[in-house]
Design a protein around this ligand. Sequence first.
Ligand code: 5GP
Length: 201
Amino acid sequence: MRKGLLFIISGPAGSGKGTVVNELLKAHPELKLSISATTRAPRPGEIDGVHYYYISKEEFEQRIQNGKMLEYTTYSGNYYGTPEKEVQNALDNGIDVILEIEVDGAMQIKKKISGAVAIMLTPPDSASLESRLRGRGTETEDVIKWRLDRAKEEIKLMPEYDYAVINEDGGADKCAEEIYGIICAEHQKTIYTSTIVEKFI
Ligand code: 5GP
């Protein structure tokens, strides 16, 4: 059976990561998006068990103690983490799993799971990043500045990733297909295709 592979997709605020991941899953429903646990409150329209598992700080810390998190981090004052069991079950069943997580968690996974593939999604340049963050029109200047600085710090870590995908304005479909191309290419690595050689021996 084809082995399930783990793909990390990170991208700073303003990279359009949410839209790209949605496009990817719409076009390729055989992929599984891991649902993270978080201590942050749901935003309007978000559903428990669909967007995140919303749990208390105490519960989150208990899960860390019990070794139930594949990785976790704090971001903007809240815990975020990947529940290990669901991811492992999917991989064991040959299903490719997508983790939409930030850089700290991505680096933990790269160290822990050999063969995990990290993809960074970025806006094309700094001006475009800023105009996207301002375009939301919902945040204060302080929040915008914090997000901008944080986004730049995250993009600086790109060399730690295996692939970079650039999201031009309106380019979500194209990015989703580029990511799917990476997924297909990873499966064709010779370390995963030894059974083909065996057929010739
Ligand atoms: P938001 O609160 O906007 O949904 O997410 C904030 C940040 O947390 C985003 O960069 C998102 O990718 C990241 N994130 C979401 N789930 C996880 C997770 O399970 N682990 C880590 N390390 N980051 C996560």
